[in-house]
Design a protein around this ligand. Structure first.
Ligand code: TTP
Ligand code: MG
Length: 363
């Protein structure tokens, strides 16, 4: 570990977040597989898994899997509904704790944040200070919240993020600049943020499976295939990432979605459900300590055969409960076409800091 003038970034990600909170709050669940998500309805439920604790993951259960599959894999697991309000409270408390260390901190989602440690005044090598801070963060969160997290330390957000996911739960992974390539090379391209199943499949078809394969690919081949995103993919493969830590916006989007009990073609049911989801999303936005507002509204519609559409619009000024309903209906109309709908969702994004919250101005 040498002295380094480069960047040092920490990424903190809570372990099995929703499930860990449930386990903590109900000691009788201790050590049992816990699955948070839609109601499994004895194997006939149609929603998805939000998350599962590590005990349940032994059965192959993971986020976004249909709840019916999870039920099949482990019918004796404890199935619990999602309690966003509770998780949001815990999340806020953890983010406050992270900020209290005094470094620039950016919340990325309900259970993760980046911390910028570059230019620390301390005389010790930066990575040593970062490792100490990581230990202190883990200790504090354990004491105050009785929860564990995993921490990644690296020279930028990308490396810190991949590192925090490298060893879970309760992990600490440090990747100094000289080790970036050694760290990334053997991994599947899927570990790179933003490379989902479709992009990975396209890369596989080009003979690219690992990050090393990706790094050995000519940039033009990637831009030919993926356009401008090719540049981004190529930079990630080289461990490059210039994104700064931005503490201004705490959360970038909030939303809700639901799977219908039975597929429905009924425009009244679909519309009513979208309005209900919108109401719940606005309630999520109205948390008193938040000072952001939404501008962009997205409506998601999934047909019975899983074809999924999302369309969005940006409000002129603020998105209020009143204009959001009108905009949602406009976005929804093309899908009220007699085709059976399986799932609908709404999302509000483009949140800004330091402005009145949506709830403050909503009628
Ligand atoms: P993650 O950090 O992706 O997952 P996790 O904290 O449950 O587990 P890990 O130890 O692997 O970090 O997401 C944080 C929370 O967000 C998670 O607890 C539940 C919620 N979530 C969903 O509701 N649906 C999803 O598809 C994912 C990925 C997460
Ligand atoms: Mg997590």
């Amino acid at each position: 570990m040498g002295f380094s003038s480069g960047r040092v970034v920490l990424h903190v990600d809570m372990d099995a977040f929703f499930a860990a909170i449930e386990e903590r709050d109900s000691p009788q669940f201790n050590g049992k597989p816990i699955i948070v998500g839609a109601d499994p309805k004895n194997g006939f439920g149609r929603g998805v898994v939000s998350t599962a604790n590590y005990e349940a993951r032994k059965y192959g259960i993971k986020s976004a899997m249909p709840i019916s599959w999870a039920y099949k894999a482990c019918p004796s697991a404890i199935f619990l509904p999602v309690n966003f309000k509770r998780y949001n409270e815990v999340s806020e408390s953890i983010i406050c704790q992270l900020k209290s260390f005094g470094y620039k901190t950016e919340q990325m989602s309900i259970d993760e944040a980046y911390i910028e440690m570059t230019n620390d005044k301390c005389q010790m090598p930066n990575y040593e200070v970062a490792i100490r801070l990581a230990g202190e963060i883990k200790k504090q969160i354990k004491i105050k919240e009785k929860l564990t997290c995993s921490v990644g330390i690296g020279p930028n957000k990308l490396i810190a993020k991949v590192a925090s996911d490298f060893k879970k739960p309760n992990g600490l992974t440090v990747v100094e600049p000289q080790n970036i390539q050694k760290f990334l090379d053997p991994m599947s391209v899927r570990v790179l943020p933003g490379i989902g199943p479709k992009t990975a499949e396209a890369l596989n078809q080009m003979g690219i499976v690992t990050v090393k394969d990706l790094r050995g690919t000519y940039l033009y081949k990637l831009t030919d295939r993926f356009g401008v995103s090719g540049n981004h993919i190529w930079e990630m493969a080289h461990g490059k990432d210039d994104r700064p830590i931005e503490e201004t916006h705490t959360v970038k989007s909030v939303g809700r979605q639901t799977t219908f009990e039975n597929d429905t073609k009924d425009p009244r049911i679909i519309t009513k459900t979208v309005f209900e989801l919108l109401k719940e999303t606005f309630e999520d936005l109205a948390r008193p300590s938040q000072t952001w507002r939404g501008k962009t509204l997205t409506v998601i519609v999934r047909y019975a055969w899983f074809e999924t559409h999302s369309s969005q619009t940006t409000a002129e000024g603020l998105l209020t409960t009143a204009n959001a309903k009108r905009l949602a209906l406009k976005l929804l109309l093309p899908y009220l076409n007699g085709k059976p709908v399986r799932l609908v969702g709404v999302r509000i994004s483009g949140l800004e800091d330091g402005l009145p919250s949506v709830a403050d101005v909503a009628p």
